[in-house]
Design a protein around this ligand. Structure first.
Ligand code: GCU
Length: 680
C-alpha cells in the first residue's frame, strides 16, 4: 500500500524475524466464540492484522486452549474468561474499555482480550494489533484501558450535493445518490479506521444544514450508513436546520414555542428512530453566520435547544447545540459574544443538551487561547470542538501535526475550581460530575484515495481519536505510534519524521500568525495571507483583528480595550492582562503593543515579529531537509508526494512572511533586521 488508503492500519509483514517469531509463538491460534456482528468485526480485524503482520498465512482458530492461544471474549460470551474471575479488572473498564492480559490458563500461556462489551473487544483487538504494529513486547501484558470521554465524534461538514464545506480532500464519502441500496465498501473501511482509534460518533452533514436530510427519503439513506457503521460502535448524528418546519414541514413558522412546531419535530424524531433505533441526535448551528434559530422568534438558545431535546428524549437522543454564535455587531468584540449570550442560560438547558464549544473564541486559528466559556457553565455539559480540516492552516497542502494544538487546549487551566481545572477535566465531565461528556472534531476526510489529502493529515485524525480516548497521552507518543504504523519502525525513520511533525504546527504559527496575531488570512477561502483585507464587515476584516497603526499592533482585550479578558477566571485573567506576564505567544491576542516594546529576547516587538516570520520559513526548510534525508528509505510514491507538498509549503511560507512583513512595515515604518532573509 503506497497510496495511503490503508491509513495506519497497514498490516505489512514484520521483517524483524526475531521479533516476529516471538509474536508467532505467543499468538499461534485464536479462540473466539463469535456471537455478534461487533465480535465478528473484531475477529475479521484480528485475522486480517495477524495474517498480514505475522505468518502471511491465515491464523488458525481453535475452540481448545493451547500454549500460545489468543483468547478473546467477554465473560458472557466465553466461559473460559468467565472462569478467570477478572472482576477487579473488568470493573475499571466500564462499557467501552478493554483489557489485554498475559495469563496462564490450566498451565497454558495465553494472551487475552477481554471487556464488558462487544465494542470493548473490538477496541481491544485494535489495541493488540497496534501493539504488534509498533513492535511492543507481549511479555507480561497487563493493559487496562477505558475512554475518558463518552462522546468521541467527528463532525463531517458534508453537503448533500457531495461537496464539503472547508474540505480539501475531495468530495464527500457519502454517496447520497446511490444510497440506501449501494453500500460502498469504503464505508466499512471508514468505520474500521474510526473504531481503531476509539471514535464512536459521526455527524454526517454540514452544520450549515440542508433541511432535506430530515425527509423520509434521506433518512432511509442515513439509516443504511448507520447499519454499516453499527458493528463498529459508531452512532450517527445529523445536523438539524432550525427552519426545517418551514422548508419541509409546510408550517409557516419555526417558532420553538409554537406547539405545531414542537409537534412537527416530535413526528420527525419518531420517523428517524423508526429507521435508526440508535440515532445519536441533532447537531445544531443556530443564529450564527446567517443560520436560522430561536432568536428569529425572540426566543433564547435554551428555548430552541430544549424543544429539540424534548423531541429526542423519549428515544435517548441528545442535542448538540453549538456555541459558535456571534452577530455582526461590531460594538462588541466577537471574542465575547458567545459568553454574553450563553453564560446566562447555564442551568436552563435540558439534561440531554450538550453545548459544543470551539477550542478558542474566534475560529480555529493556528493558535488561540482557550475559549472563555470553559468553566463558566458548570451546569451544562460542554463538548470541546476542534478542527482537523486545516481551514486556517494551509488546507491539505501544508504539513501541520495538530496534536500539540489539541493538547494545548485540553491541558489549559481555566482555574474555574482552583488550579488544575483543565479544559480536559471540564469536557470529560469529571469536574462537574456530568454523565455526558465529549469531544468533537471537524473532519478532514474526503474521497481522496488517501482519505485526508496530505499524507500527514491522517496523523491529525489519528491523534484526535487517541486524545479523545485519553487526553493524557502525549503528542510525541501519539506521533511515534502513527509513524511506526504508517511508515516504518526503523529508528532513523521514526526519529526524522518525529522531528518533522512535532514542531510543524509551531512553524505554521510562525509563518502565518506569530505572537498572538489572528485572522489575517485572505478573505472567504482563508488560504494565504491577507492582513490588508477589509471586507466592509468589521468582524470579518483583518484590520480589525491586528489593529496595526503607527504606534503598534495587536488587539487590546484588557480593561482599556474590549475587556474580553474579564470573561476568564481571575488567575488566568491576571496573568494575560499584564504585558509583563502574558505569554509572548499570545501577546498580540490580548494587547496592543508598541512596535518598540522590548521582548524577552531583548529585541523590539517589530524585530521579534520579523524573526518569528523568518523562523517559520526556516522551520519548513528543516522539515524539507529531514524529508530529503529519507530518500530511498520511504517508498517512492509517498516520498515524492510529500516532497512536492513540502516544496509548495516552503514557497507559501515565504509568501506569508514576505506579504505580512512588507505590509506591516508599511505601517510600522521600521527597517528589517539585517539577520533575516530580506522579504521581497
Ligand atoms: C468557520 C468556517 C465556516 C463554518 C463555521 C462554523 O467560520 O469558515 O465555513 O461554517 O466556521 O463552524 O460554523
Amino acid at each position: 500500500d503506497e497510496d495511503g488508503y490503508e491509513l495506519w492500519l497497514r498490516y505489512a509483514l514484520i521483517e524483524d524475524t526475531v521479533l516476529r517469531t516471538q509474536y508467532e509463538n505467543a499468538l499461534q491460534a485464536i479462540t473466539f466464540n463469535v456471537t455478534s456482528p461487533t465480535q465478528q468485526a473484531a475477529m475479521d480485524e484480528l485475522m486480517r492484522g495477524m495474517t498480514g503482520l505475522l505468518t502471511g498465512r491465515p491464523i488458525a482458530t481453535s475452540s481448545v486452549i493451547h500454549d500460545g492461544t489468543l483468547l478473546v471474549g467477554t465473560p458472557q460470551s466465553e466461559p473460559a474468561i468467565a472462569a478467570l474471575e477478572l472482576h477487579d479488572a473488568l470493573e475499571t473498564l466500564g462499557d467501552e474499555g478493554y483489557a489485554l492480559l498475559s495469563q496462564s490458563i490450566a498451565g497454558k500461556r495465553c494472551t487475552i482480550i477481554t471487556a464488558n462489551s462487544d465494542i470493548g473487544l473490538l477496541y481491544g483487538s485494535f489495541a493488540l494489533l497496534r501493539h504488534l504494529q509498533t513492535h511492543r513486547s507481549l511479555h507480561n501484558l497487563h493493559v487496562l484501558s477505558a475512554p475518558q470521554m463518552r462522546l468521541r465524534m467527528l463532525n463531517h461538514w458534508d453537503n448533500l450535493d457531495g461537496t464539503i464545506e472547508r474540505g480539501y480532500a475531495g468530495f464527500s464519502l457519502w454517496d447520497w445518490h446511490k444510497l440506501p441500496h449501494y453500500i460502498d465498501p469504503r464505508y466499512c473501511d471508514y468505520a474500521r479506521a474510526m473504531a481503531s482509534i476509539g471514535l464512536n460518533a459521526a455527524s454526517l452533514t454540514n452544520v450549515n444544514a440542508n433541511a432535506l436530510v430530515l425527509t423520509k427519503a434521506y433518512i432511509a439513506k442515513a439509516a443504511a450508513l448507520a447499519d454499516a457503521f453499527r458493528p463498529y460502535g459508531i452512532r450517527i448524528y445529523l445536523t438539524a436546520r432550525f427552519s426545517a418546519p418551514l422548508e419541509i414541514g409546510h408550517l409557516d413558522t419555526a417558532d420553538p414555542l409554537d406547539p405545531n412546531v414542537a409537534h412537527w419535530w416530535q413526528q420527525t424524531a419518531a420517523m428517524i428512530y423508526e429507521a435508526i433505533p440508535d440515532f445519536g441526535g441533532f447537531v445544531v448551528k443556530a443564529n450564527s453566520e446567517g443560520q436560522p434559530g430561536p432568536h428569529d422568534y425572540g426566543c433564547t438558545h435554551a428555548d430552541g435547544a430544549n424543544m429539540l431535546a424534548d423531541a429526542l428524549a423519549p428515544y435517548g437522543g441528545t442535542v448538540i447545540w453549538r456555541a459558535f454564535v456571534y452577530d455582526a455587531d461590531v460594538t462588541e468584540d466577537r471574542h465575547k459574544q458567545a459568553n454574553n449570550q450563553l453564560v446566562p442560560l447555564d442551568g436552563a438547558f435540558r439534561d440531554n443538551v450538550l453545548l459544543q464549544v470551539k477550542n478558542g473564541a474566534i475560529d480555529f486559528q493556528p493558535r488561540e487561547p482557550f475559549h472563555p466559556l470553559f468553566g463558566r457553565m458548570p451546569q451544562t455539559p460542554l463538548v470541546l470542538e476542534v478542527q482537523l480540516t486545516q481551514e486556517y492552516l494551509g488546507f491539505a497542502t501544508h504539513l501541520a501535526y495538530l496534536a500539540p494544538l489539541f493538547k494545548e487546549t485540553l491541558d489549559a487551566d481555566t482555574y474555574c475550581q482552583g488550579p488544575g481545572s483543565t479544559v480536559a477535566k471540564i469536557v470529560s465531565g469529571e469536574l462537574d460530575g456530568h454523565p455526558h461528556s465529549g469531544i468533537a472534531a471537524v473532519s478532514n476526510i474526503g474521497n481522496d484515495r488517501n482519505w485526508c489529502g496530505h499524507p500527514f493529515a491522517a496523523a491529525n485524525w489519528y491523534g484526535f481519536g487517541r486524545l479523545a480516548w485519553d487526553p493524557a497521552l502525549t503528542s510525541d507518543g501519539i506521533a511515534e505510534e502513527w509513524i511506526r504504523m504508517t511508515f516504518s519502525n526503523e529508528l532513523q525513520i521514526v526519529d526524522e519524521i518525529l522531528a518533522m511533525m512535532l514542531p510543524s504546527r509551531e512553524a505554521v504559527v510562525n509563518y502565518m500568525t506569530p505572537l498572538g496575531l489572528h485572522h489575517i488570512m485572505a478573505r472567504d477561502h482563508h488560504y494565504g495571507p491577507g492582513p490588508w483585507v477589509d471586507m466592509g464587515r468589521a468582524d470579518w476584516t483583518a484590520l480589525y483583528y491586528h489593529q496595526a497603526d503607527a504606534d503598534g499592533i495587536g488587539f487590546d482585550r484588557t480593561s482599556s480595550g474590549s475587556n474580553a479578558i474579564s470573561q476568564y477566571f481571575p488567575s488566568y485573567a491576571a496573568m494575560v492582562s499584564s504585558v509583563e506576564t502574558c505569554p509572548e505567544t499570545l501577546l498580540l491576542w490580548f494587547h496592543h503593543v508598541s512596535w518598540d516594546h522590548v521582548m524577552a529576547s531583548g529585541r523590539s516587538l517589530w524585530e521579534e515579529l520579523c524573526f518569528a516570520y523568518d523562523e517559520g520559513v526556516g522551520m519548513v526548510r528543516q522539515m524539507q531537509a529531514r524529508w530529503t534525508a529519507l530518500e530511498g528509505l520511504i517508498d517512492s510514491a509517498r516520498y515524492e508526494h510529500i516532497k512536492a507538498l513540502l516544496r509548495i509549503q516552503l514557497d507559501e511560507a515565504c509568501w506569508w512572511r514576505d506579504a505580512c512583513l512588507l505590509y506591516f512595515q508599511s505601517i510600522s515604518g521600521r527597517p528589517f533586521p539585517a539577520q533575516i532573509e530580506q522579504p521581497g
